[in-house]
Design a protein. Structure first.
Lengths: 361, 146, 133
């Protein structure tokens, strides 16, 4: 049969960012997909030889506007492990509270974008209205809606008062109730089921073979979550990753919806467990310049991120590298796109929650 | 209808009919910013001792300080609002205000190479300031009381 | 590098159920454009909570075997290594032929490019301090 090559992107209604897939079609079936990225490659990793390590944290934070808190936190964790800085307890708890709040923010953003992609614009607006409340919490506690700049090597710069924390938990509870109404639509609306159910099925074996990470792997039943490693105090709270077994687009939506609920529950536990009081220490300043190397892993909303930092005892790092979750999920996406219908390609691409800014850095 | 979930959006839609909109009429109605929101940097020229620490630590290189000329300048459009300069300032001359950054139009940039967002302060020369203070003091003594 | 031994070790990780977490290359100083520079490559494998790496030092003249046969996700990292570091990776599963990134500098992490960047930074710093003085 005659083959047609259809370029998908860089400008496409479902994509917020430029990703190109050259789709090789036979009739309506996709035979092959060749990815091209690089339209927004900014060379942030190459900046380490002219940006001091103390200032690099602000650059890393700007890799992506959605996981900005987690990027900043991951960079600080990596440098702290190299410089063996002990982070005060309250600062560590505050960090993971903010991290879970940003997970809720990211998932609500994605659920909205997903709804927009299959043409349910009303739902998109409801998701983003809820996300706005999270951004309010961020602006109130960190000073910024998107770029928070509260992480420093050795701790955090701002405290949240105990009364404020209780107010945040109450607010998240209210948000959780409002979210249930929207979640019911995602789970039950017939048009969504038609569009998502049974589309783009990634089996458990395939998910392992292409090294999928994050919600993508968990929707296929792979019990994989870096939070299970118990670093960053996750061993002190009850945590079990959300798993779905269907592996289709709907399962990936459901995993993220359940993770929103789970994150609200985790924040409850964190606020209960953390040391209380005013004026507790939040920061231990590091001394000297870093020397050594480390791999740091962290669970971002989109999946596992790996930071590699190599320092040589000067104020400039030798190498900084971030392997972001989308980078690891692109092979899975290509695997799914092969063999599907052209009309399902947008949905499949969106359900991996692609963040091209993260991927290219 | 047998399945009660056939119209899952219906309750929400009915509620929306009778509730206020979730959005604001933006230019006419501006949301107040929270306390502690990071906005623009405010500089106090009287307390600064021109130690240049803020300029050295600024990740965006938005601040230029000259000890000799006693000038302190900031490019507000380069500033990333990270609060580092406020943290390092020993004299507490810098403060982060919640006021949102000013938006500059293309017309302001202009063909003559104006620098929108550039703000500059000139501190008084200590020698001149001392002389002026001395002169003022002498003036007040010498001034006839009648 | 020892090709057979390397592939055997990677294959062992694969059969024991490890997953490829990262392939990372690093430009090893000193950067001197005259000699073929040394690069360090780390293959990072993760299994549940553990993380291990295989590490090799190579030059641009060496042939780096692809691990695409074992790990389906390796092709992106390997294309990246070739485009950003100029390493000669052979047998990539999905060869993108230099079309992955669009960078203004060809091979931005090659020893020559890093050297040029360092020189430019030093010149800019010198110019800035000269202006002040």
């Amino acid at each position: 049969m005659k083959r047609t090559i259809v370029p998908f992107g860089p400008q496409h209604p479902v994509l917020a960012e430029p990703l190109v897939l050259d789709l090789v079609l036979e009739d309506e079936k996709v035979i092959d997909a060749i990815p091209t990225i690089g339209y927004i490659h900014r060379g942030l990793e190459a900046m380490v030889d002219r940006v001091e390590y103390t200032e690099m944290g602000f650059v890393v934070e700007r890799i992506c506007g959605i996981c900005s808190f987690m990027h900043g936190m991951g960079y600080c964790l990596a440098l702290e492990s190299i410089m063996s800085v002990e982070v005060p307890d309250r600062a560590r708890w505050l960090r993971i509270i903010w991290a879970e709040i940003s997970r809720i923010q990211s998932h609500l953003l994605w659920l909205g974008l997903g709804a927009d992609a299959f043409g349910f614009e009303n739902l998109f607006m409801h998701c983003w209205r809820m996300r706005e409340e999270i951004l309010d919490i961020f602006e109130k506690t960190t000073g910024g809606r998107i770029i928070h700049s509260v992480n420093r090597i050795g701790g955090v710069k701002r405290d949240i008062s105990d009364s404020e924390l209780i107010a945040i938990v109450a607010r998240l509870d209210g948000l959780g109730k409002a979210f249930e109404a929207t979640a019911r639509v995602f789970a039950n609306d017939p048009s969504i089921r038609h569009r998502m159910s049974g589309v783009g099925v990634l089996s458990m074996a395939d998910a392992r073979a292409v090294d999928a990470v994050g919600p993508m792997a968990r929707a296929s039943g792979v019990r994989m979550d870096t939070r299970l490693a118990g670093q960053n105090l996750y061993d002190q709270i009850e945590f079990e990753p959300v798993l779905e077994t269907a592996g289709d687009c709907l399962a990936r939506v459901v995993v993220r919806m359940r993770e929103v609920r789970q994150s609200i529950d985790l924040i409850h536990q964190m606020v209960d467990k953390m040391p209380k009081g005013e004026g507790l220490p939040l920061e231990n300043k590091p001394r000297g310049n870093p020397s050594g190397e480390t791999f740091t892993r962290l669970e971002q909303p989109r999946g596992e991120v790996v930071y590699y930092v190599k320092a040589n005892g000067t104020k400039y790092l030798e190498r900084f590298r971030a392997r972001t979750p989308t980078f690891a999920n692109i092979p899975a996406m290509i695997k799914l796109v092969k063999g599907c219908d052209l009309a399902d390609v947008p949905n499949i691409i969106l359900t991996i929650d692609p963040c091209i800014s993260c991927t290219e850095r | 209808m047998s399945n009660p979930f056939r119209l899952p959006m219906a309750p929400r839609a009915i509620r929306n009919l009778f509730s206020k909109p979730a959005t604001r009429r933006y230019p006419y109605e501006i949301r107040p910013r929270f306390d502690g929101a990071r906005g623009t940097i405010k500089f106090d020229v009287d307390t600064c001792n021109y130690c240049t620490l803020c300029a050295k630590r600024c990740p965006a290189a938005a601040i230029t300080v000259s000890r000799e000329d006693r000038t302190w300048a900031i490019e507000h459009l380069t500033c990333i609002g990270c609060n580092v300069c406020v943290e390092v300032c020993a004299k507490k001359s810098l403060a982060m205000s919640t006021e949102a950054k000013h938006v500059h139009t293309h017309a302001e940039v202009g063909p003559q190479g104006q620098r929108p967002g550039h703000e500059e302060w000139h501190g008084a020369d200590p020698a001149i300031a001392a002389a002026a203070a001395k002169a003022a003091a002498e003036l007040s003594i010498d001034a006839p009381s009648s | 590098m020892d090709r057979q031994g390397f592939l055997a070790r990677v294959g062992e990780y694969h059969t024991n159920g490890w997953r490829l977490a990262i392939i990372n290359a690093t430009t090893v100083p000193p950067v001197d454009a005259a000699e073929p520079g040394i690069f360090e490559i780390s293959w990072g494998f993760a299994k549940d909570l553990e993380f291990e790496t295989i590490r090799e030092q190579v030059t641009t003249a060496d042939e780096v075997p692809s691990v695409s046969d074992f790990f389906g996700a390796a092709f992106l990292y390997e294309n990246e290594m070739r485009e950003l570091f100029g390493l000669n990776v052979t047998g990539i599963g999905l060869d993108l032929g230099g079309q992955l990134y669009k960078t203004s500098v060809k091979i931005p992490f090659s020893h020559a490019a890093v050297k040029a960047r360092l020189a430019a930074t030093a010149a800019a710093t010198a110019a800035a301090s000269g202006k002040k003085a």
